[in-house]
Design a protein around this ligand. Structure first.
Ligand SMILES: Cc1cc2nc3c(=O)[nH]c(=O)nc-3n(C[C@H](O)[C@H](O)[C@H](O)COP(=O)(O)OP(=O)(O)OC[C@H]3O[C@@H](n4cnc5c(N)ncnc54)[C@H](O)[C@@H]3O)c2cc1C
Length: 326
């Protein structure tokens, strides 16, 4: 039985929630193709995080310490992890599909001579073989992939495999290992906190989110006017809107943005790809406004408006007794 290796994601020295979801996914994998689990935590000072992960999961953790790993570079992560993982000869390497995870995972697979499947969101048996599901074409289609023989590196979409709630019978063992890998090509110069104030996104009871369907930056005024109808509200966006420079990245909701759970989430002109939905599916009530009645956002919306948002929002604002001025 070959092992299943899980790479823990750490944020400021503490375990990221996606690490526990990756363990949950690895256990589901092991139920289909048995193999012992081992977690690797990599960083400059990972002892405490490794102890916490071992205590919460009951899985053995290798804490891989490297003085150059205080800042992240993909080159260092790939080099350090490849040299530590290769001797274990694993069947699967499971990586959280975070901004960092999907940055280094494909290169790690290349170094290991392994296959790579990213953004896995479901797992099943397909004709006696493990089958992995990921979305494609912006969430409009699902791909079923049977991983090749040998080692496969998988990145797991946050939110797809909830962490286990039951405490383990006993904590896993923690082994501290020194690692001397270096990244000859790049070095991290530090992290700069965003100047945009985003606490409002986490505190907001109502979030009105703009997607590419707003058409142009000027139409954010519509989104802001809709948000202004509600007290304790905030404006957010999909990555398409942030990539276009219409909203700051700090307001992006999704797998590489914020995870929010307001009482009401109004998705305006958002198609509903898995990457966006991962960040907002826990909202108590979801309303979607989209011209395409087949848009995937309607699969998770509690209420849907199949209408042009530039027509619907002004009418809605007027119906609420307010005036929307262009
Ligand atoms: C590794 C990775 C990570 C990612 N992380 C994120 C993330 O964190 N967050 C995120 O959001 N995305 C993320 N993405 C991108 C994601 O896959 C989608 O590309 C993105 O979410 C699409 O944004 P959208 O829904 O605004 O645009 P589109 O998919 O283009 O959808 C626009 C929608 O607007 C509708 N529309 C058009 N005109 C109108 C109108 N007048 N009125 C109403 N509706 C209209 C259309 O029918 C369509 O459904 C990630 C992608 C990758 C590969």
């Amino acid at each position: 039985m070959k092992p299943i290796v899980i790479i823990a994601e750490l944020e400021s020295g503490t375990p990221h929630p996606a690490s526990f979801e990756a363990v949950s996914f690895a256990r589901a994998l092991a139920r289909l193709e048995p193999g012992p689990l081992r977690i690797i935590a990599f960083g400059a000072d990972v002892r405490n995080a490794a102890l916490e992960i071992a205590a919460k999961t009951g899985v053995d953790v290798s804490a891989l310490e490297n003085e150059h790993a205080a800042g992240y570079t993909a080159g260092l992560w790939k080099e350090a992890l490849a040299t530590s993982i290769a001797p274990l000869d694993p069947r699967f390497v499971v990586v959280p599909h975070t901004a960092r995870g999907y940055d280094f995972a494909p290169g790690l697979a290349v170094r290991l001579g392994a296959g790579c499947v990213t953004a896995v969101e479901a797992l099943q048996m397909d004709d006696g073989a493990i089958g992995l599901t990921r979305s494609a074409f912006g969430g409009k289609a699902l791909m079923h992939i049977v991983p090749p023989e040998g080692c496969t590196v998988l990145t797991v979409l946050p939110g797809a495999f909830p962490p286990e709630e039951a405490a383990p019978a006993a904590p896993g063992a923690v082994t501290i290992l020194r690692n001397n890998a270096r990244d000859a090509r790049s070095r991290a110069l530090g992290r700069t906190a965003s100047e945009v104030e985003t606490a409002s996104l986490n505190e907001a009871e109502v979030i009105v989110a703009a997607g590419r369907g707003i058409g142009k930056k000027e139409n954010l005024a519509l989104i802001r006017a809709l948000a202004a109808l509600f007290p304790r509200s905030a404006v957010a966006g999909s990555r398409a809107v942030c990539d276009a420079g219409w909203l700051e990245y700090a307001r992006q909701v999704g797998v590489t943005g914020k995870t929010v759970s307001p009482r009401l989430y109004i998705a305006c002109g958002i198609s509903g790809t898995a990457q966006h939905v991962a960040g907002m599916k826990n909202a108590q009530t979801i309303i979607a406004i989209n011209t395409d009645p087949g848009a995937p956002i309607f699969n998770i919306a509690h209420y849907g408006v199949a209408e042009d948002l530039t027509r619907f929002i002004p009418l809605f604002i007027e119906a609420c007794g307010k005036v929307y001025k262009v």
